[in-house]
Design a protein around this ligand. Structure first.
Ligand SMILES: Nc1ncnc2c1ncn2[C@@H]1O[C@H](COP(=O)(O)OP(=O)(O)OP(=O)(O)O)[C@@H](O)[C@H]1O
Length: 425
């Protein structure tokens, strides 16, 4: 007889949760001794449709110990009559660290501006975009100049140090009227080369996090050019909601931009589109000239062109004026952010973070198999869960890439340590 046959059809979930808790009482906390319930290792037990979820604080254990504790908790839960499935979810070191106050905690939306090549107008676009966003009176906007080797934002915005620290020791951004800004150039004075070296790539994310941004609606980051270590670390560690790429219409700039686009996609940062800078110019007689009339950049990069900016020598003298093209760019960027916005994650999503890596795949496939056909399965992980999707395909006897095998399949990085995957079973 299957064990769930010996309990009534409808088991009140509170009773079942109590019975699971009673069973867990005999599992010992390997660190503090005594029961995992008394020691606080098990923070919560919840039940839905005979499926048990145990929230456990495994952050302080090494991998093998966390694995043993997880297995012991699952076995005990599954041994409780009426329980069909048991999942253990761990509080991650990242959850614990989230309690630390981070200078960027009050920032709603982070937009990165990047280019594969130097000199294509990335800083120009970043500052204009930030100014255009800040032109809306109710919107608080910041600009972070992460370009270690050519921090030009202080010059463009006419910013000067010194940078002072607030009571928590975080750097105060410089107030530029309607914008607040921080630049590695303000910290490194005239010696940006001093940032070179093994730790340079970490310096960008440290300065970002150690800046007291306050409550901002939007923060624009001017990334360094290229696809090197600094950009990669910034992509992986900063909470970027979407990226704007800047390219000129020149074929080499476009093909380099395609490489940047791949890097962003591989790191789960949504691409908002491309700004094509210096597309053409208007001569004194008033005629417009397109320098590369054949270039179909939208098709080549397979992503939207957000706007095309002409070559305009007045570009450095706009000051706080917002040209029509950049005002429209800001609106398009906000619309695109809505399009690529975070997936809304239900409470019952399977959170694999904090669990020993060796059991994550098993838990995910088990839970996915138990999902009703046609229902959406949500999974949260601390790194890209895409490789797991192939296992889900075969777990339910399907074939092909996940995008073809399932009616709905999406992976989104909501925060540096929060990747969400949704798959329709
Ligand atoms: N649309 C434009 N029309 C005319 N000049 C422009 C335009 N966009 C940028 N420029 C000029 O081109 C130069 C490079 O621009 P910018 O500093 O914005 O590029 P970048 O990509 O940030 O460069 P890097 O990161 O390599 O320092 C600047 O002198 C800038 O004033």
């Amino acid at each position: 007889m299957a064990k769930h046959d010996i309990v009534p059809e409808e088991v009140p979930t509170d009773d079942l949760a109590d019975r699971v808790r009673a069973g867990l009482r005999s599992v010992e906390d390997p660190d503090l001794g005594g029961s995992v319930l008394e020691s606080g290792l098990v923070a919560d037990v919840s039940v839905e449709d005979r499926a048990v979820r145990i929230a456990a604080d495994l952050a302080g254990f090494d991998e093998p110990t966390a694995e043993d504790v997880t297995e012991a908790l699952r076995r005990k839960a599954l041994a409780t009559p009426g329980v069909e499935r048991a999942t253990v979810e761990g509080e991650t070191p990242a959850d614990a660290a989230a309690e630390d106050i981070d200078g960027a905690a009050g920032v709603d939306t982070v937009i990165a501006v990047a280019s594969a090549k130097g000199g294509v107008g990335k800083t120009t676009v970043s500052t204009q975009l930030a100014r255009a966003l800040a032109a809306e009176p109710d919107r608080e906007v910041g600009l972070f100049d992460a370009d270690l080797y050519g921090p030009n934002v202080p010059e463009l915005l006419d910013l000067e140090g010194p940078v002072s620290a607030d009571a928590e020791g975080n750097a105060e951004p410089i107030d530029n009227g309607n914008l607040t800004a921080m630049s590695v150039g303000l910290i490194a004075n005239d010696e940006p080369l001093a940032w070179r070296g093994a730790m340079a790539h970490e310096a960008v994310s440290e300065l970002f996090e150690d800046t007291a941004w306050g409550d901002l609606d939007a923060l624009v980051i001017d990334l360094p050019p290229g696809t090197g270590d600094i950009v990669l670390t910034a992509l992986q560690s900063l909470p970027i909601d979407g990226a704007v790429l800047v390219s000129t219409p020149h074929p080499t700039s476009v093909s380099d931009t395609a490489r940047s686009a791949t890097l962003f996609e591989e790191n789960g940062v949504p691409l908002l589109g491309t700004v094509v800078n210096m597309r053409g110019f208007t001569c004194e007689c008033g005629r417009e000239h397109d320098l590369f009339p054949e270039a179909d950049i939208e098709a080549e990069l397979d992503q939207p062109v957000l706007c095309e900016l002409p070559f305009d020598e007045r570009v450095r003298d706009f000051g706080t004026d917002v040209p029509d093209e950049t005002a429209a760019l800001a609106e398009t960027v906000l619309e695109r952010l809505d399009d690529v916005g975070d997936l809304s994650v239900p409470d019952h999503a399977l959170d694999l973070r904090g669990l020993p890596k060796s059991i994550r795949h098993e838990q995910a496939t088990e839970e996915f198999r138990a999902t009703e056909p046609g229902e959406a399965f949500y999974l949260i992980n601390d790194h890209d869960p895409s490789p797991l999707a192939a296992e889900l395909v075969s777990a339910v006897g399907r074939e092909g890439p996940p995008g073809d095998a399932f009616a709905e399949y999406a992976v989104r990085r909501q925060a540096p340590d929060e990747w969400v995957m949704v798959v329709e079973r």
